[in-house]
Design a protein around this ligand. Sequence first.
Ligand code: ADP
Ligand code: ZN
Ligand code: ZN
Length: 723
Amino acid sequence: MTAVLRVALPVPLLTLFDYLPPEAGSAQAGSRVRVPFGRGEMVGIVIDPAAEAVVGVKRLKRVSEVLDETPLLDAELLATLAWAADYWAGAPGEAFANALPLALREPRPLPATGREVWALTLQGRSARDARSRKGGSAALLDALADGPRAADDLAFALPEWRAAARRLVEAGLVEKSELEESSLPASPAPGPALSEEQAAAVTAMGEGFGRFQPYVLDGVTGSGKTEVYLALIERALADGKQTLLLVPEIGLAPQTVRRLRERLGVTIEVLHSNLAEGDRARAWLRARNGSAKVVLGTRSAVFTPLPHAGLIIVDEEHDASYKQQEGFRYHARDLALVRARAHGVPVVLGSATPSLETLGNVEAGRYQRLVLRGRPGATQSTRVQIVDMRAQRLDHGMSPTLMNAVAACVGRGEQALVFRNRRGYAPVLLCYDCGWHADCPRCDRPMTLHAGRRRLICHHCDNTMAVPLTCPSCASANISPQGQGTERLEEALTARFPDVPVVRIDRETTRRRDAFGEILDGLREDKPAILVGTQMLAKGHDLPNLTLVAIVGVDEGLHSVDFRAGERLAQLVVQVAGRAGRASKPGSVLLQTHHPDHPMLHALLRGGYGAVATELLDERRLLDLPPFAHQVLLRADALGRAEVDAFLSQAHIAIGPPEDLRIAGPMPAPMPLRAGRHRGQLLVEASSRGRLHAFLRPWQHALLGLPEARKVRWSLDVDPIDL
Ligand code: ADP
Ligand code: ZN
Ligand code: ZN
């Protein structure tokens, strides 16, 4: 038997690829190799350097070049990635490609890991020339005024800085150099003395050092979670160990980085999507060689090598941005737990609103929960109030009560946020007079409105009904799909408040990289303004003059096709309530609803998120929904509806006798038509994780073999969070 090299290549195929050993040199597991593939070449990762060939070796091609003498990926990452590809039903090569920064996926030697540092030249410091400069150049000169700064640090504060740097190098005002890691650290600044409960949390979690133990740190915004993280990171540093700190996309503000650096006195390696690829690769490599002690990053930073791992923290663990929604659909929080187990280190999941998955693990005794009740950073508590929309005359979905509250707020010279709860919820039909909504009589869950076909469809049992012309409950003709876009809210508020700036903040208005920051900077001033926004505004940003948050679209969270909508709504209310009245002014939150007596809203007002979460978790247990059941969602789309239906029904047949699996569909997706493509889905559910995964791989292979599969785009989503 000839030994061959088994290699993962970045292609969306479930297989690994065998190659003959290279003419020169030898490769180890985890090394990159350059190999011929199709008509071109690819860079792959060696998974097994001495595998038994499955096909005749005569047909195999030879590895062209071994790129790394020592493995780039260590044994832990190799094992974790293989596990992840299997768990999330991904292509192994794509899982590996996700883990490596783009610059390391190219057939080039590794870049140096020294830190690229920029400083003013002598001429730049004398600065007569500098003062006349504008825009990016002025900003860069400004950023370097207090001394040299690392390139990745600059990239974070000034996204377009490289173009400015080129101009200023030509003018002789700035220069680049390489700095050794050891010369950067400063002395750490002391933090506040920890409160009793903070100290207790630190002590409790300190006992987990050196072994695998998940902790949940449960505390509202401002309760001092970050101070607890800092104390734990200090401890890991004192042991000479590395910490990985994951934050949601939106939480990674320059202020966070600065706070960590000043307090810890070490360089914070930041890994996020705005980083230039070269900088990202260097930061990744500094983590791999152990010189990076604290790594802060968003979702994909969960793949950072941690040879001296000591601690993993996932802040805002409930945040949906940890789930990758395309390509390799992994969940960074779940992967963080797998890595912590592999390294035998504690993992801390922090949140004011822990996910029901996490709370389920607390209930089961797998995670230990620590609660911070105090709010050392806040002065005032926020008042939450329900606004009954029934029998109120609405202006673009906003009630007079809401409008009056906004008027009073801007009248005091303060800022109001009108918040649209919208997360691609499927449309639900609602009576705007009595609050009736279309529920499936068989499932007691909302039916989805398919406006084009004038039908209501239950996504659980496929029950179909015609759209009624009048409300079945009060006979009013005032029935329509619930939901108002932010654009229309903006229009209505501008018309009503012509003298107050109305700022809309959503994906569209903040598409430019630094636009969001600029808008927020403008709002820090003590001036009246009205903000209109969606989820982007829910967390992380301190707006001292914001005192009123009004949430419209609460009902979509109460009556949604998506069983997670209630959890999301409760999380949202708590998160936005944390936005209002953060400084010295008291804040208030308005929840505008047609269902003022809804038990969930009352539970939220009375008992807060914890009470709601307990009820929701009981309900999930009763209905056998995640985290008590385990799901995989097959999605498909094509230009023609017929192709989608044909594929999904063959996929259904391919399941065979379902035995104890529960199958819903095939059915149209919540948005059945998007960008001209028809979309459909099939949901498979099992009571145990083992059962689901035993079914999954064979099914996936069967799907790959279906002729109908070639006429659609399809994907599998394990533990989907958007149904
Ligand atoms: P969280 O991360 O839970 O939002 P932070 O750790 O950022 O909370 O704390 C919120 C504010 O309270 C910060 O300004 C922080 O400096 C301050 N703070 C936290 N803990 C203490 C403490 N023990 N004593 C005084 N101030 C504190
Ligand atoms: Zn039904
Ligand atoms: Zn009605």
